[in-house]
Design a protein around this ligand. Structure first.
Ligand code: G6P
Ligand code: MG
Length: 484
């Protein structure tokens, strides 16, 4: 049996909150459940988080929880009659002073005081993820005057972006700050920050996370044109985070869909080179909101992300509000497994010609080099505190499964997002030192993951007590032989 390596993140929502549906989703292969703080109340998120943990535990599965902060999405206010219909050539205004609930066919309020300052004549504004497009003709002290280039319906609170990016709202709103506390309270494993501009935004999120007492790993959503403007901007954001999300919805609006595929490849590559996890998100199985089968184009999109070597692919509305949340996970799992058979999924050229900076990094990468070049190796065991050693290993393309052996609940859940990594609860500190290797290999034998005669790689450090970063040993062991 070859276990699936690419992980599945699915957003929970009204379509996926009952115990019955959640249980089916977990059995179908859900690895990370996403709580979207843009929708739903704290109580709803709490109930979903508890349900996921209870059901996963009942089935001996490890599912991580990811909270996704709403962020400073700039939105228009409301219309007197909920929605208007705009035609190409219509004139329209955005006003920072117009009453918030009284938009008309000509003007709507906007809760973004710097709008006029941030926009110039000739800029293109994209509303509702680009469904409506306008050009800025003039700016007064408190209004932008525009001409509609692409018409369509426009309704209450729709989002607004500028082509090329650069609307500069700070990344963390008052609501986000409250939600960081909620994330701490729910002991979430990951926290995604929306619209970060640079490393400073992630540093602020990290400080607020620490103050709230959370140990969630921080995911930077890459969704602003500035974030991918050059390698320096992108790498700065990546290094300030524990992982990134290719947030293709807003990113596609800001940089244009033509650039998206190339940028996705670049974000994934750069994240992996920096030892970070990466999730590919948005519209991956969009048609499954209403259909039990994905289109061939969606199959191809998911497979492409797998070949790019993303850690995880993500479902949004498909699982949160769609008619086929369980089928969507099954379809993703199937397509991931298929794409993983392709030779480019296992051949590694990772960081060839680069130097390493740490002992644990060097040991982890040496383990992968051995695993990929010694066909007898059927599994890798990594004794880990935080999950960091298996994280580094899983940056490398390989077909050999990586097992994160850890005594900690947080680590067991966290590694659910890492490509090619599964967890096995294991505490070396309570075992006689000369029995650790033997007992670790027996855990794999018990689960039928290896057979007598197979080779197994094991990494560890000198100490078995709280020694994150201490990995310095690589053993190559034969299953069935006496080990120590
Ligand atoms: C386990 C091992 C230690 C090792 C550590 C690495 O605790 O017993 O010997 O140093 O994992 O943890 P890390 O969080 O760096 O992967
Ligand atoms: Mg977004």
């Amino acid at each position: 049996m070859t276990p699936r390596r690419t992980k599945i993140v699915a957003t929970l929502g009204p379509a996926s909150s009952s115990p019955e549906v959640l249980e089916k989703m977990i059995l179908a292969g859900l690895d990370v459940a996403r709580l979207n703080f843009s929708h739903g109340s704290p109580d709803e998120h709490r109930a979903r988080a508890e349900l996921v943990r209870t059901i996963a535990a009942r089935h001996g599965r490890f599912v991580a929880l990811l909270g996704d902060l709403q962020g400073p999405k700039i939105r228009i206010a409301k219309f007197a009659n909920k929605r208007i219909e705009l035609k190409e050539g219509d004139r329209f205004r955005f006003s920072v002073t117009h009453p918030r609930d009284a938009g008309t066919q000509e003007v709507v309020g906007i809760d973004y005081p710097d709008l006029v300052k941030d926009c110039s004549v000739g800029d293109e504004l994209l509303l509702d993820d680009g469904r409506v497009v306008m050009r800025v003709d003039a700016a007064t002290a408190d209004e932008l005057h525009c001409t509609v280039l692409i018409g369509g319906p426009l309704s209450d609170n729709k989002g607004i972006n500028r082509r090329g990016g650069g609307l500069t709202a700070p990344a963390l709103t008052a609501k986000d700050k409250a939600d960081i506390k909620l994330a701490a309270d729910l002991e979430l494993d990951y926290l995604a920050v929306s619209f970060p501009r640079d490393a400073a935004d992630m540093d602020l999120a990290r400080r607020l996370r620490d103050e709230a007492g959370s140990s969630a790993w921080l995911i930077a959503k890459i969704e602003r044109a500035e974030a991918v403007a050059d390698d320096e901007a992108l790498d700065g954001l990546i290094r300030a985070s524990d992982g990134v999300m290719v947030a293709r919805g807003d990113l596609g609006v800001e940089i244009g869909d033509a650039e998206l595929v190339g940028i996705q490849k670049k974000i994934i590559l750069h994240a992996r080179r920096n030892n970070k996890v990466v999730i590919t998100a948005t519209q991956m199985m969009e048609s499954m909101i209403h259909n039990p089968m994905p289109t061939r184009a969606e199959v191809s999109d998911v497979a492409n992300a797998v070949l790019d070597y993303t850690d995880a692919v993500m479902l949004s509305a498909e699982s949160a509000a769609g008619e086929y949340p369980v089928e969507a996970i099954k379809a993703m799992a199937r397509v991931c497994c298929g794409a993983e058979k392709h030779p480019t999924s296992t051949k590694s050229g990772h960081r060839l010609g680069q130097t390493f900076s740490r002992c644990d990094e060097s040991t982890a990468l040496a383990a992968m080099y051995t695993a990929n070049h010694f066909p007898g190796v059927k599994a890798i065991i990594s004794l880990t505190e935080s999950g960091y050693t298996p994280l580094i290993m899983s940056r490398i393309r390989s077909a050999v499964p990586i097992f994160a052996f850890s005594p900690h609940r947080e680590t067991q859940a966290r590694v659910a997002l890492f490509r090619g990594v599964q967890t096995i609860p294991f505490d070396p500190a309570v075992l006689p030192a000369d029995k650790v290797s033997q007992m670790a290999v027996e855990e794999l034998l018990k689960r039928n993951m290896v057979q007598p005669g197979d080779w197994v790689i094991l990494t560890k450090g000198d100490s078995y007590h709280d020694s994150t970063g201490g990995t310095n040993t690589l053993k190559i062991l034969q299953v069935g032989a006496p080990l120590n």
